[in-house]
Design a protein around this ligand. Structure first.
Ligand code: SAH
Ligand code: SF4
Ligand code: F3S
Length: 432
């Protein structure tokens, strides 16, 4: 299975693979050897979709060589395009939407037995939240645990509410028992997932996000708790309080601001103002002085003027984020922003992105340089991807740390690393 997109998609993939274990499938790297290929897709920006179309094209040849190969598309693009994907590429055997994790088994077995030629199922039944799903966890460090599905916010640029449906929260006891299960399997860290975790529980009212965090914090054996993503409009004082007083919740706040101009924030339907956002940052810094704060930004939203963009740069300079994930606005048909006049020219978008990244890289480096010669606590992840003598891990603030392997550290261990060479994206050091 090839997976694109956000952590939620990777979590869904672990569940679909867990379910497919029941049919005797095992996951392998080499597509040429596969009996079943699935692409779990993302639709958030156009380039994410382009990548998938490229892969679909590549798989046509494999299908020609091996006519028994079963090929399916799942995830957000499957939800968005449905039937159209098969019209465009008839070598696709099945298309399953974002709420169809358990249906993977019956779909693949029907195709194995050639009961049907093509299967398309993209219905979202929001009441249907199956709990008895097998999970094939793949991460080394952190176990993904979805706490809620869908999104009700309808930010005007975003496709997610259309492809993931309305918000629905899992029961707190199911989440806690999944966390306990992950701990039993050896995980010491979990990441609670949702498009807007701060509205957790608003539907079933069994627990708020603050209460859920505190339940997970108390699970025996858990060392670190992370969560993604937090919409600034809903981050409550209660959540900040729980984090401040917790044992294990990480000191990392990912608070996507998206823009720094009130006019653009309004057009984006983000609901908060720059002033309210700044107040929130001040509150966090007062409560958790060593917090790492990161964000997501979109440049080139329709109607963005040079003045709006300057206000964005001003906000970035004021907050001084540890890291910012910056995106060029991508038009998603069906969303309100796609219909807005004054779409920004591509070269202006690219120029603004470069200027934004230049400022942010300078700030990220300066922030990391403050850690020069300091000793930080790191949870070991494993070998860094390109060198097995260099190992990597994360600080509580989610900063990536690299050090020369000393032979005794194991994934999941907490070790102390002295930072010798802080860079923009990584901290290089040695075991203290
Ligand atoms: N639920 C999360 C975001 C999920 S999408 C949240 O609200 O923070 C991840 C990021 O992709 C968003 O934060 C946004 O910055 C970016 N994004 C979403 N739609 C986009 C679009 N049409 N063009 C460019 N970036 C987009
Ligand atoms: Fe998209 Fe906004 Fe929902 Fe995040 S909160 S998924 S950006 S609509
Ligand atoms: Fe992409 Fe779907 Fe996630 S559109 S960002 S995979 S929710």
């Amino acid at each position: 299975m090839l997976t694109y997109g956000c952590q939620m998609n990777f979590s869904d993939a672990e569940r679909m693979e867990g379910e497919l274990d029941k049919l005797g499938y095992e996951s392998i790297e080499d597509m040429e050897q596969a009996d079943l290929i699935m692409i779990n897709t993302c639709a958030v920006r156009e380039n994410a979709e382009d990548k998938v179309y490229g892969k679909i094209g590549e798989i046509k040849n494999l299908k020609r060589k091996n006519p028994d190969l079963i090929f399916g598309i799942t995830g957000c693009m499957a939800q968005k395009e449905g039937e159209k994907l098969i019209k465009r590429a008839p070598h696709i055997d099945f298309v399953l939407g974002t709420n169809k994790i358990q249906e993977v088994v019956s779909t693949v077995s029907k195709l194995e037995q050639a009961q049907e030629k093509h299967i398309v199922d993209t219905e979202i039944n929001e009441k249907d939240m199956p709990e008895d799903i097998s999970i094939h966890r793949k991460t080394a460090l952190s176990a993904w645990v979805p706490i809620m599905y869908g999104c009700n916010n309808f930010c005007t640029y975003c496709i997610v509410p259309y492809v993931r449906g309305r918000e629905r929260s899992r029961m707190p006891e199911d989440i806690v028992s999944e966390v306990q299960e992950a701990v039993k399997q050896g995980y010491k860290e979990v990441t609670l997932l949702g498009q807007n975790v701060n509205s957790y529980g608003k539907d079933h009212k069994k627990a708020t996000f603050a209460e859920l965090l505190s339940m997970v914090d108390k699970v025996e054996g858990i060392e670190r708790v992370r969560y993604m993503t937090s919409n600034p409009k809903d981050l409550s004082d209660a959540v900040i309080d729980v984090i401040k007083n917790s044992q294990h919740i990480c000191t990392h706040f990912h608070l996507p601001v998206q823009h720094g101009s009130n006019r653009i924030l309004k057009a984006m339907n983000r609901v908060y103002t720059v002033e309210a956002y700044k107040e929130l940052i001040t509150k966090i810094r007062n409560a958790v002085p060593d917090a790492t704060i990161t964000t997501d930004i979109i440049v080139g939203f329709p109607g963005e003027t040079e003045e709006d963009f300057q206000q964005l740069l001003d906000l970035m300079a004021w907050v001084r984020y540890d890291q910012a994930y910056t995106f060029i606005y991508s038009k998603r048909s069906g969303t309100p922003a796609a219909e807005m006049d004054e779409q920004v020219d591509d070269d202006v978008k690219h120029d603004r992105l470069n200027r934004l990244m230049e400022l942010q890289n300078k700030i990220s480096l300066e922030k990391n340089q403050q850690l020069q010669d300091k000793v930080v606590k790191v949870m070991v992840e494993g070998t860094s991807s390109n060198d097995d003598k260099v190992w990597s891990g994360r600080t509580s603030g989610n900063k990536l740390v690299l050090w020369p392997y000393q032979g005794h550290e194991k994934p999941g261990d907490l070790v102390e690393v002295k930072i010798c060479q802080p860079q923009t994206w990584v901290l290089k050091g040695e075991l203290a």
